[in-house]
Design a protein around this ligand. Structure first.
Ligand SMILES: Cc1ncc(COP(=O)(O)O)c(C=O)c1O
Length: 372
């Protein structure tokens, strides 16, 4: 039973065009969580030069692509499976694991709940609480896991809270879950945006835990949601093999495979993205922290969750104000546990962010407009 509201999602640009009569080129997508740098010139060139690749089938095993992912993530080719976006891998993982009773740390991305439901599994959200800054309270989670849970799902960093679980805590959680025979899925779609991805990522725990599956993709960090390329990392060979057995052949097209081979090696693009997001994250969080109408939660990823604490308007009201200026934020009312006063937006280029900050300042005057 889903009692949550229907709102515009980050990818609903067409619906916005229709409803507000704003051409898509005039909409700045603060709800999409996509890297504002766009694709790199090197990738554009590589795709142009290799366009003829679509005249042949891609390698069914995607060996070169998986080698590139192995180099990029510090894993082995055998531990990698590529997919048509992480969405295909979420689906294959849930079809393969077939959770009977899954626990999802929420509020979070809804695709897990949908897939588990489609497979006939029961699933419930364990609430991360605003009073904890949406950090995980493992002591509260422990007794819940004892109630017959067979799969635990978490996004790290989490969408929409931008909160993070550090590796030490993850290690403890995985140890407990291994004892309880609980399989753990960690969605790391946003991990590369964090201050120290190697520290936060579960990748270094793969070797120790066969009950761990990590999912990632290129949609957000590499600004390529239309490419549809994702990957799973897992040391449990039989699980990966079973997922591959269920996968249709060639679901990653030739150009996506070529793009992947290029992207993961693009260290300049990776460094520029990280520097930009880090600077904007710090600047915007500081700025919003000074606004008495708002409570921004500490962001770890490339987006921030903000609560309208004085209820002077709802997030839907603010969405309406912002979209009329071509600024599309995410009203979070459709997420579990988030009522009408939460909105999320991602960090784009500094001048675009300034436009949104000015809009926020007008809607929620802090009297701090002159200071940065
Ligand atoms: C946490 C999370 N996981 C997965 C996805 C889907 O990613 P992909 O485009 O790789 O299928 C999203 C998209 O918003 C997301 O927020």
């Amino acid at each position: 039973m889903n009692t949550k509201k229907n709102v515009f999602h980050g990818s609903d640009i067409e619906k916005i065009e229709e409803r507000y009569h704003i051409p898509r080129r005039d909409i700045i997508a603060f709800g999409s969580n996509v890297n504002p740098l766009g694709i790199s010139p090197g990738l554009r060139r590589a795709l142009q030069e290799q366009i003829d690749a679509i005249t042949t089938y891609p390698d069914r095993d995607y060996k070169t692509l998986r080698d590139c992912i192995a180099d990029y993530t510090g894993t082995k080719r055998e531990q990698i499976m590529a997919g048509n976006g992480s969405t295909e891998l979420i689906s294959l993982a849930m079809q393969t694991i077939r959770p009977k009773r899954a626990c999802i740390l929420g509020p979070t991305y809804s695709e897990y709940e949908r897939e588990i439901g489609l497979g006939g599994g029961e699933c419930f959200s364990f609430p991360l609480r605003p009073e904890d800054g949406f950090a995980l309270n493992a002591a509260r989670l422990r007794p819940v896991l004892l109630e017959g849970v067979d799969v635990l799902v978490m996004c790290n960093p989490n969408n929409p809270t931008s909160s993070i679980i550090r590796r030490t805590q993850l290690n403890e959680l995985l140890t407990l879950c291994a004892q309880l025979h609980i399989f753990v899925v960690v969605d790391e779609t946003y991990i590369e945006f964090t201050d120290d991805p190697a520290e936060a990522s579960a990748v270094s725990l793969l070797a120790d835990f066969s009950n761990l599956l990590i999912l990632r993709g290129v949609s957000k960090f590499f600004a390529a949601p239309g490419l549809r390329l994702g990957y799973a990392l897992c040391s449990n060979n039989s699980l990966l093999e079973e997922m591959k057995r269920r996968q249709d052949p060639w679901t990653i097209n030739s150009l996506a495979a070529i793009a992947g081979e290029q992207m993961f090696r693009d260290s300049d693009y990776i460094a520029r993205t990280r520097a930009l997001i880090r600077a904007e994250r710090t600047r915007i969080y500081r700025k919003l922290s000074k606004n008495p109408h708002l409570h921004p939660f500490v962001p770890s990823a490339n987006f921030i969750l903000v609560q309208i604490v004085d209820h002077s308007m709802t997030a839907a009201d603010f969405f309406d104000i912002a979209i009329r200026r071509g600024l599309m934020i995410r009203d979070c009312a459709s997420f579990d546990f988030l009522e009408d006063y939460y909105f999320r937006f991602c960090f784009l280029l500094p001048e675009q962010n300034d436009r949104l900050l000015a809009c926020i300042e007008e809607a929620f005057p802090s009297g701090q407009a002159e200071t940065n």
